[in-house]
Design a binder for this molecule. Structure first.
Ligand SMILES: *[C@@H]1O[C@H](CO)[C@@H](O)[C@H](O)[C@H]1NC(C)=O
Ligand SMILES: *[C@@H]1O[C@H](CO)[C@@H](O)[C@H](O)[C@H]1NC(C)=O
Ligand SMILES: *[C@@H]1O[C@H](CO)[C@@H](O)[C@H](O)[C@H]1NC(C)=O
Ligand SMILES: *[C@@H]1O[C@H](CO)[C@@H](O)[C@H](O)[C@H]1NC(C)=O
Ligand SMILES: *[C@@H]1O[C@H](CO)[C@@H](O)[C@H](O)[C@H]1NC(C)=O
Ligand SMILES: *[C@@H]1O[C@H](CO)[C@@H](O)[C@H](O)[C@H]1NC(C)=O
Ligand SMILES: *[C@@H]1O[C@H](CO)[C@@H](O)[C@H](O)[C@H]1NC(C)=O
Ligand SMILES: *[C@@H]1O[C@H](CO)[C@@H](O)[C@H](O)[C@H]1NC(C)=O
Ligand SMILES: *[C@@H]1O[C@H](CO)[C@@H](O)[C@H](O)[C@H]1NC(C)=O
Ligand SMILES: *[C@@H]1O[C@H](CO)[C@@H](O)[C@H](O)[C@H]1NC(C)=O
Ligand SMILES: *[C@@H]1O[C@H](CO)[C@@H](O)[C@H](O)[C@H]1NC(C)=O
Ligand SMILES: *[C@@H]1O[C@H](CO)[C@@H](O)[C@H](O)[C@H]1NC(C)=O
Length: 274
């Protein structure tokens, strides 16, 4: 428990220093999305107005991995929910509320993506903490609609693309979304562009992506499709400590990690990030 708490604390500390830590430009990201065919497979077009910095904590080595567009990652590296921050020169975003999504358009395989997209994260009501110029950390103020689900590409599959997208959240979002999608809605056969269109989210403001294949030595018996996680609602951990924050991934994290003390830890820490 103590060790696990330390891992969590280090994640929190890490986000304080999150910033434009790579030399990637929005033009680089735009180009990478096109090269990887995310445009047009997932988005009709993509004109980012900022950078989405995504930092994972490798669960095994306890080192951080900063995602550059198209990075090849192992499943160990992205087992835990990342810290995400937004870099932009548009100061008006400081007061904006956002929706963050992560989708896999390559399930079960890139060649035959019959269950794509898989909704790996859908987190509304996100606000910023910190400087937009150097990287403002995304803070989730209410539970995610779909908690973070770690990549689990099936045995034998080529690597999948996992795409994170940040949208501006329209004022009517919370009143409209329950009639369209909720925590019980299957995470498969999702379509982020159709969802964005339907909810009036507009084009994504920023994005990032990485590639992950199945574990090299994985077998049928170790595959862990955790679709049940989609229906697990986040415990209102923050409220126990008088906080309104709650990580979108908590239910998945606890289910997969058996972090039985995590809810309490999160409540005590109060401030949580993605
Ligand atoms: C960014 O580029 C500068 C100059 O080319 C280099 O010194 C620095 O190490 C780079 N930073 C990263 C994170 O790659
Ligand atoms: C991030 O840093 C690089 C170089 O350090 C710079 O070229 C780029 O414009 C920065 N991106 C943003 C969005 O500020
Ligand atoms: C992980 O690394 C951080 C700092 O790099 C350290 O404070 C923490 O104790 C480490 N946690 C574990 C479980 O090794
Ligand atoms: C990722 O791995 C693939 C296959 O091994 C390789 O072709 C590609 O260049 C790698 N991408 C990056 C960004 O390293
Ligand atoms: C994280 O690491 C611990 C200890 O090595 C392991 O028991 C746990 O299953 C790992 N969790 C994930 C999500 O990989
Ligand atoms: C932000 O940076 C882009 C690219 O450098 C530039 O075209 C745009 O005018 C800048 N916007 C503001 C508000 O400074
Ligand atoms: C914002 O970040 C600062 C550290 O930079 C932290 O002390 C503070 O608690 C954070 N606030 C929220 C609401 O996340
Ligand atoms: C998984 O197991 C099934 C039968 O249980 C077998 O048909 C299939 O080929 C196996 N797949 C891999 C990748 O081993
Ligand atoms: C966003 O937050 C508001 C106020 O806390 C809440 O009423 C609403 O249900 C939240 N929206 C979603 C989609 O969770
Ligand atoms: C959740 O959404 C599904 C459609 O995906 C709908 O059938 C169901 O009634 C909704 N549940 C609630 C509680 O709104
Ligand atoms: C919600 O607001 C968005 C953006 O303003 C708009 O496109 C959409 O039609 C509205 N949806 C409803 C159901 O009012
Ligand atoms: C995979 O199996 C090979 C051969 O048994 C072994 O050498 C290697 O260390 C294993 N890799 C992992 C990540 O377990």
């Amino acid at each position: 428990m103590l060790t696990q708490l330390l891992v969590f604390v280090s994640t929190v500390v890490l986000c304080v220093s999150a910033q434009n830590s790579t030399n990637v430009t929005t033009a680089d990201v735009e180009q990478a999305f096109t090269t990887a065919k995310i445009v047009p497979d997932v988005l009709p077009s993509f004109n980012p107005v900022g950078l989405l910095n995504v930092v994972f904590l490798d669960n095994v080595t306890n080192t951080t991995v900063t995602v550059t567009p198209g990075l090849n990652m192992t499943r160990e590296q992205n087992a835990l929910r990342p810290t995400v921050s937004f870099v932009s020169n548009m100061t008006t975003f400081a007061q904006q509320t956002f929706v963050l999504a992560m989708v896999d358009p390559d399930a079960p395989t890139p060649q035959n993506p019959t269950s794509a997209q898989i909704r790996h994260l859908l987190a509304p009501n996100i606000t910023l903490n910190g400087s937009l110029a150097t990287g403002a950390v995304l803070v989730n103020n209410t539970p995610a609609i779909s908690d973070f689900l770690r990549p689990t590409p099936p045995v034998g599959s080529d690597p999948h693309r996992y795409i994170l997208l940040l949208f501006a959240q329209p004022a009517n979002f919370s009143s409209v979304v329950p009639g369209i999608l909720n925590a019980s809605t299957p995470i498969s056969n999702f379509n982020i562009s159709a969802f964005a269109e339907q909810l009036g989210l507009g084009s994504p403001l920023a994005g990032n992506f990485f590639l992950t294949g199945p574990d090299a030595n994985s077998t049928n018996s170790t595959s862990t499709a955790s679709s049940a996680a989609s229906s697990a609602t986040s415990p209102a951990s923050g409220s126990a400590a008088g906080s309104t924050t709650n990580p979108p991934s908590s239910a998945v994290g606890m289910a997969e990690l058996s972090w039985t003390g995590l809810t309490v830890a999160m409540g005590l820490l109060g401030v949580l990030v993605l």
